[in-house]
Every structure is written in structure tokens, then in C-alpha cells.
Design a protein around this ligand. Structure first.
Ligand code: NI
Length: 208
């Protein structure tokens, strides 16, 4: 089945967020500040293992994500929730459903990498997931609760992991490279804040 332009654009949005890929280093510059897709810039993902203090800081960011998402959508009307965060972008509601979609996949990738020897993970087409009936019709509350429950388990796991376990890896078949759990932690600590910032910037711009 041909991939739609929207899917390509959204997948590029995620791929471009990874350091070491074409275009990733462009995001160091001023364009970041002007690109509404990247209100907090792109993810900074290093090749080296993290120090323990860095890891603890990133785990705290993951732990705070559900409360931050809940807070940033609080008080919005249905019409506001149905507003795209930028021209052609996802609505606030779609963003709220996307974050648990993404983090469920991330959580599974952690569990696979911890229990198998460099497993090849299964990518997913996030734009098509965002277009399925539950993501199109449900209010944000079920996804906020899903994210809270998911992060309770995920953060419990992260806090119990040893440095050696953070060095374990999976293989992403589309990127054709291994990604350690240290790198995955960096990506997802960024990812929650990235989408929360989309809503925050929209609210600031609209005076909501
Ligand atoms: Ni995303």
C-alpha cells in the first residue's frame, strides 16, 4: 500500500529527531527555534553510555510526562481540543492519543531488549495509528489514564535497571542500526516534553 504524504512527513518528523541521521545536525541551528514542529528542538542522543546522574534525570522526565500532559490539556473545550497545534499538524486530542501510542511501543521495546538478544523491533505507522477510530473519537481522558498507568510500570522498570541493562539494545529495521536503551531513554525523555510543548505553544499563541 502506498504511503501517504502525511505518513511520510510524520515519519520524517520522528526520524529527523534522531542524531546521526541525515539532517539531524541541522537542528543545532536557529531553524529549530523557528520550526513549529520542534518547539524544544530535536532530541539530543549521544553514542556514549550515560552517567548514572544523567540517567536518573532522564527517568525523572519520563516520570513527570503524564502529569505534564494532563496539566497542559486541562480546561480546554472540545473545540480547542480539536484544534491543530500548527497548520496541517495533529490536533491537541490526536497528540494526547499519540503519546501513549508511542510510549506503549517504547515500553515494549525496553522489555524486548531486556529479555532477548538484540531483537529486531516492529516499527509502526504513527499517522495511521492516529487515524484509527479510537484515536479519532475518544476524549483525551482515557489516553491520560493509559499514559499514567503505563508510566507507572515503565518508570518502575527504569528505576530498577542496572547500568549494564541500559547498554542492552534492539535493532530498528528501518534505521538498520542498533539502539541502546540509554539512547532510547534519551529519545523518550525528549518525546513527552516535545508534544507537551506543542500544546503549550498553541495555548500561548491562542491566549487560552
Ligand atoms: Ni511523537
Amino acid at each position: 500500500m502506498p504511503v501517504t504524504g502525511e505518513v511520510v512527513a510524520l515519519r520524517r518528523h520522528v526520524r529527523g529527531a534522531l542524531v546521526g541521521e541525515p539532517g539531524a545536525n541541522l537542528t543545532q541551528g536557529r531553524q529549530w527555534m523557528q520550526d513549529p514542529r520542534y518547539p524544544i528542538g530535536k532530541a539530543q542522543i549521544g553514542e556514549e553510555p550515560l552517567a548514572g546522574a544523567q540517567r536518573a534525570e532522564l527517568i525523572e522526565l519520563v516520570a513527570r510526562a503524564p502529569a505534564e500532559l494532563r496539566a497542559v490539556v486541562a480546561g480546554l473545550t472540545d473545540a480547542q481540543l480539536d484544534t491543530p497545534y500548527r497548520e496541517g499538524g495533529w490536533t491537541v486530542c490526536q497528540l494526547a492519543h499519540h503519546v501513549p501510542d508511542s510510549h506503549m511501543n517504547a515500553y515494549v521495546r525496553f522489555r524486548l531488549a531486556l529479555t532477548e538478544d538484540e531483537p529486531t523491533i516492529k516499527p509502526y505507522l504513527e499517522a495511521r495509528w492516529a487515524d484509527l477510530p479510537d484515536a479519532r473519537t475518544l476524549p483525551v481522558e482515557p489516553s491520560l489514564q493509559l499514559l499514567e498507568a503505563l508510566h507507572e510500570r515503565w518508570v518502575t522498570l527504569l528505576r530498577a535497571m542496572t547500568p549494564e541493562q541500559f547498554g542492552r539494545a534492539f535493532v530498528h529495521p528501518e534505521r538498520g542500526r542498533r539502539m541502546t536503551l540509554d539512547q532510547t531513554l534519551q529519545l523518550y525523555a525528549w518525546h513527552g516534553r516535545h508534544h507537551v510543548a506543542h500544546v503549550r505553544v498553541l495555548r500561548e499563541r491562542m491566549g487560552w
